[in-house]
Design a protein around this ligand. Structure first.
Ligand code: TRP
Length: 457
């Protein structure tokens, strides 16, 4: 055991941790990304692989990541260095932390731009732009936003400033209260939307698309995208959850927290899918419409339902909040490292990190207009240039690689007694199951999916 508390502060209770980690997990990944990649990758079979990955790879790795964080009690870089030392292992394990910081910067660079879309849509909802929207006019509305780099830059700037302000004050203040209100509200609004989808006339088509697997539609690209998304949606593989674990009191159960977080995260994603796909089919839209899918479909629902002005505004505001509570976890490891190793005050560290993230975000701002280019990924045509490249690099490769390294460290390079002590599951079947998953199943699955994606399998 290295330290019993973190210098950056601690969660006061296990619930505070669960709320913060759920705040990190539930975000644009669930409402924006899950539906559009499900649409691009053919539906049911993709969803099945994704759920398999969440349960067989995501859950054991999340337990490992929280455990490592709690044992190291520092930023992921220093946590991994300390733990490697404590277990008599080579210092290169801290590369997990470094890779995570880079992945965090890359992800937030585009995450912030998409969150900016949600801010823009909150204002449009309020202004009544959704009234009587159809599939065609929804496309025009969306195109007017993404085709205008100056507007995108302005919203991106606003979101990065919001994120920097919160993170400069420390991740604990207000996060717990925010998530406590936010999650039930988001949940309620998703139910309203599913209710609307029920009346769309294509509800069953939507459900079929989501839940009836067509394995013919399952390309190698779809498999690695599903696995990558399991990491992305659970905030795994880059140290965000490790960081949050470092603030977790020693007595809290890691296993139970993990299961709760994963269940809530999956539920939100599936509800979003159930709301969106019926609207896709009822309005002549394409499931594979790409990153604009949520912004094309849900405004149609709001524009045609009673109370849509209120619900629509509320929904996009909540989506911005959900993105906000995720974004802070993406840069917390970098901020914590600057505080620990460079002796920066938290505010200064946050401002530096915020500026770098903002600058990187400009690449995504231009990906939908001036710099747009197409390329092929595993047989699928991607049209949004650098945005798609960064997304594929991080979600499909960097996060699974980071998670693989964490699994190997926790499963093979830490003493069994260390993990047993930290997980506090005793010697029983639960611990043994975790150990099999973290030593064999999760690493093998990641490696097999990688080989499959590059055509070796
Ligand atoms: N999980 C968040 C979402 O689904 C995004 C996110 C936050 C994330 N922190 C992360 C993704 C760390 C990967 C790694 O929107």
């Amino acid at each position: 055991m290295v330290a019993t508390t973190s210098i950056h502060g601690m969660w006061t209770t296990r619930l505070a941790f669960i709320l913060a980690a759920t705040g990190s997990a539930v975000g644009l990944g669930n409402v924006w990304k899950f539906p559009y990649i499900t649409g691009e990758n053919g539906g049911g079979a993709f969803v099945l692989v994704y759920i398999l990955c969440v349960s067989m790879i995501g859950i054991p790795i999340m337990m490992a990541e929280i455990m490592l964080g709690r044992r190291g009690r520092q930023s992921p870089i220093n946590t991994m260095r300390t733990l490697a030392h404590a277990e008599d292992r080579h210092g290169f394990w801290q590369l997990i932390g470094w890779g995570g910081v880079i992945a965090g910067f890359l992800i937030i660079s585009y995450y912030s731009v998409i969150a900016g879309w949600a801010i823009a849509y909150a204002f449009r909802a309020l202004g009544g732009s959704f009234t009587s929207l159809t599939g065609e006019t929804a496309k025009d509305l969306f195109g007017a936003l993404t085709g205008d780099p100056e507007r995108l830059l302005a919203w991106h700037t606003i979101f990065m400033v919001m994120t920097t302000i919160v993170i400069s004050r420390g991740v604990r203040s207000g996060l717990e209260q925010a998530v406590r209100v936010l999650m039930p509200a988001l949940f309620g609004l998703l139910l309203v939307l599913v209710g609307y989808a029920l009346t769309s006339g294509k509800f069953m088509d939507g459900l079929k698309f989501l839940f009836v697997p067509d394995f013919g539609a399952l390309s190698a690209g779809a498999i690695i995208t599903a696995m990558g998304h399991a990491f992305f949606t659970l905030s795994l593989g880059m140290g965000a959850i490790m960081m949050y674990g470092s603030y977790l009191p020693a007595s809290a159960s890691i296993t139970r927290s993990t299961i709760i977080i994963a269940l809530m995260d999956t539920l939100v994603a599936l509800l979003a899918g159930m709301a969106i796909f019926p609207i896709v089919f009822a309005n002549g839209l394409e499931p594979g419409a790409g990153p604009g899918l949520v912004f094309l479909t849900l405004p149609i629902a709001f524009g045609n339902m009673p109370g849509g002005l209120l619900f629509g505004t509320l929904f996009f505001v909540l989506l911005v909040f959900a993105a906000w509570t995720s974004a802070i976890s993406l840069i917390e490891p970098a901020v914590a490292w600057l505080v620990e190793n460079q002796g920066f005050a938290r505010v200064r560290a946050s401002v530096y990190v915020g500026i770098v993230a903002w600058l990187l975000g400009i690449m995504t701002v231009l990906s939908f207009n001036d710099w747009a280019f197409s390329f092929d990924f595993a047989g699928e045509v991607k049209t949004n240039g650098v945005f798609d490249l960064v997304d594929i690099l991080t979600a499909n490769f960097m996060l699974p690689l980071g998670g693989l390294a964490m699994a190997l460290f926790a499963g093979w390079f830490m003493a069994r007694a260390s993990t047993q002590d930290e997980l506090a599951l005793g010697q029983g079947p639960a611990y043994r199951l975790w150990r099999v998953l973290i030593r064999y199943i999760a690493p093998l699955a990641v490696v097999l999916v990688f080989f499959n994606a590059v055509g070796l399998l």
